[in-house]
Design a protein around this ligand. Structure first.
Ligand SMILES: CC(C)(COP(=O)(O)OP(=O)(O)OC[C@H]1O[C@@H](n2cnc3c(N)ncnc32)[C@H](O)[C@@H]1OP(=O)(O)O)[C@@H](O)C(=O)NCCC(=O)NCCS
Length: 240
């Protein structure tokens, strides 16, 4: 994994590439300055969360998005003008980038794309999986495929399918798309078959990879023709 500090990141990255920033939160407090970056609606959102854990996740995500995007947009983190689509997907109007954040356990992944709409999902591999509950969001063909597998393979294929679906859903950024509308085949993560009415592109660029022993990450870019150059970077949060 490449370990570039934010200062080393080129300011004018070329089109057609995707950067993914990965970080593990060890609970170190953020400098007070970072709180000044937040908009009023972000501060209100933090107050709205009932648990300290969810507040921390949201705050950490926003600090990560703002500090990384500021570098790409050549501005201060507090000047990054984040807006939210009706689906909930954050975006920056009139920027060359699409971006997407995911968190699970203490792992965070932030994808920045100059190749088309992007979605990312990171999953903590030690989390509990309730296959029975999830059967309502998978297609019967997917459930039949993993019912025939050994428990270890079933678990791994679950994470591959799940992160693939989340990544596609998040790239589309539209609530009209349902998980049951499409299928992610494993282990090659393709092709994606579209059964629903949502106009899902037929070809996706996928990158799925482990992060250490505990996380699985999937990145989806809704652009079948993009020539994608992919870089994984470690994020180092600001320190006081
Ligand atoms: C919104 C959703 C995509 C979030 O996914 P998640 O795995 O819970 O959480 P992740 O950590 O991967 O992503 C959360 C981040 O994605 C971004 N996000 C929120 N809504 C989004 C959307 N509709 N599209 C893309 N990104 C979105 C935000 O940055 C969010 O961070 P925040 O919660 O700190 O604001 C997911 O909850 C969802 O609605 N999925 C619907 C699909 C479905 O049928 N799921 C089955 C549920 S059993």
């Amino acid at each position: 994994m490449m370990d570039l500090s934010l200062d080393q990141l080129p300011l004018a990255p070329h089109s057609g590439s995707v950067d993914i920033w990965i970080w593990q939160d060890h609970g170190i407090p953020f400098p007070d300055d970072c709180l000044l970056w937040l908009s009023d609606s972000e501060k209100a959102q933090i107050d709205h969360f009932k648990t300290g854990l969810r507040q921390r996740e949201y705050l950490a995500g926003r600090i990560m998005i703002r500090s990384v995007l500021a570098r790409y947009l050549d501005c201060q983190p507090g000047e990054v003008n984040l807006e939210i689509r009706p689906s909930g997907k954050p975006f920056v109007r009139q920027s060359k980038f699409d971006f997407n954040l995911s968190h699970s356990g203490s792992g965070y992944a932030l994808a920045i794309s100059r190749a088309g709409n992007v979605g990312v999902d990171i999953e903590w591999l030690n989390r509990k999986v309730d296959y029975f509950r999830l059967s309502s969001v998978f297609r019967s063909s997917e459930i039949e495929a993993w019912d025939a597998e050994t428990p270890d393979l079933k678990r791994m294929h679950f994470f591959q399918r799940w992160t693939g679906k989340e990544a596609i859903f998040k790239a589309c950024g539209d609530r009209a798309l349902l998980f049951r509308d499409f299928e992610v085949k494993v282990p090659d993560m393709s092709p994606v078959v579209n059964f629903g009415e949502y106009p899902l592109p037929q070809n996706w660029w996928f990158q799925a990879f482990p992060y250490g022993d505990e996380y699985w990450v999937c990145l989806a870019v809704a652009n079948p023709t993009a020539q994608i150059e992919f870089r994984t970077l470690e994020y180092n949060p600001p320190r006081s």
